[in-house]
Design a protein around this ligand. Sequence first.
Ligand SMILES: Nc1ncnc2c1ncn2[C@@H]1O[C@H](COP(=O)(O)OP(=O)(O)OP(=O)(O)O)[C@@H](O)[C@H]1O
Ligand SMILES: [Mg+2]
Length: 365
Amino acid sequence: MTKPYVGILLDGINYGGIKNQKLTYEQLSLYEEAAKHYGLIPCYFRLKDISEDCDYVHAYVMETGGKYEKRTLPVPTVIHNRALHFTQTAEEKIHLLNDKGISIFNNWNRFGKLKIHQILQVNEDIQPHLPETVRASEVNLHMMLKKYKDLIIKPNNNSLGSGVIKLAKVDVENWEMFFYKKQENTLHKEVFTTKDFPVILKRKINSKINLIQERIPLATYKGSPFDLRVSVQKNEKDKWQVTGIVGKVAQLGGHVTNVAKGGTCKTLEELVNELSLDYKTVYKNIEFFSEKVASNLAAKLPKLADLGLDIGMTNEGFPMFIEANCRDLRITFKNAGMNDVWKSTYFTPIGYAKYLYEHEIKEYD
Ligand SMILES: Nc1ncnc2c1ncn2[C@@H]1O[C@H](COP(=O)(O)OP(=O)(O)OP(=O)(O)O)[C@@H](O)[C@H]1O
Ligand SMILES: [Mg+2]
């Protein structure tokens, strides 16, 4: 029996890294190791490398000697999507692949935060873990300023922490606005009253791409708020599992934990020790909650199999949902020195690919 190929669908930047032998976020050696473990051969390509009829693909495959060479292959029957696609043409091609019986998991990786929120809100168990979220508008801002003392305004789509504004109440009339300037990691502050919003704030709330959200009172580490990146993935048994949990601590004075905005990665154990909470209990709670979030999302978003959740936690260890990334870069685990977990984030989806070959693809023998 020849080993079947498993397709790894990449975006242009990560694909370009293979040809130029440049390091990117995608650790190809880990796909190779994982595929070997599960008896598969990985091949790497972009959507545009697949022929129009979706029968063939020009893909990179590792040759004996360790060099990547391009080969023309029949499109693999199982594909792990690691790319963010933006166009309707891309969406149509993914549909065509599905129609042809190709099992492409995490087939669509981009969903607005509001859509994700609305899916989760239906579940009564999850509701208490969701900060109130509304679309940005002047009316909604006035409503949220009346209701809460702390707010976050952020884009509905990926921002890597850019454009996330914090509003904090000072007294009956005054509020403080904290924001990062574009391309900068330095924090700026402006005081305002609810009768006269600053220009930046007006611009933010008049743009429908933004959301206004109740700010979760995040637990702190050495005075800085932190949240967690939780990798939740389908495994070789077709079950959702938490592959790892890692902490992201905001820079001092900051309100976003993204590494792109000066955040640092720490193990959960290190963070929990400072709070005098029991590590195992916290881990179990976050794990239970994250698996529930994943299975609820998957019920509405078929083909979902690999998620990087941002989960906030209060000082008491209560989990709060921040956002779901469907293309987790997995790098947070490496940054925190959690190499075994980082490796597992690559192994688990390949194990799921093996499951799909064995249970959903008839030709496999
Ligand atoms: N409601 C909230 N309460 C407290 N902190 C928040 C809240 N929303 C966002 N944050 C902080 O801001 C950070 C960035 O927000 P979020 O994760 O929602 O978007 P993003 O990371 O910019 O988007 P993406 O990961 O898709 O690029 C979070 O990791 C968290 O530290
Ligand atoms: Mg995030």
